[in-house]
Design a protein around this ligand. Sequence first.
Ligand code: ZN
Length: 138
Amino acid sequence: MKSFRKELHVHTKTRRGMVNITPQINAALTESGIREGLCLVNAMHITASVFINDDESGLHRDFERWLEKLAPEKPHNQYNHNGYEDNADAHLKRTVMGREVVVAVTNGQLDFGTWEQIFYGEFDGMRDKRVLVKIVGE
Ligand code: ZN
């Protein structure tokens, strides 16, 4: 069995954002040379997510509004976590949106359902963040 590991780097200009990282995952899969197996993609931070959904801007605004209802960023003092930090909402949003995804690799391709794309969800951005890609198979 072969194993491949790669880190991607993300730096959003805004506190929150969703970045389609599917092209980078496809490039990593090509680089790995693995044709059959599994591809894990996870955020390496506890205030960011990796999730699969549609690349549709209206839906992304809907996610933003829904997450702000569930865990509003402000007022910062509504959260016990916010002493030295102001990112309690980001921890909560990340938990709802998930840490990682696993995609089957078939015939050298990510074996997606229709419209499935991989996103990095940032909830406490404007700094360097990392995403781990691990691909195993043959
Ligand atoms: Zn924190």
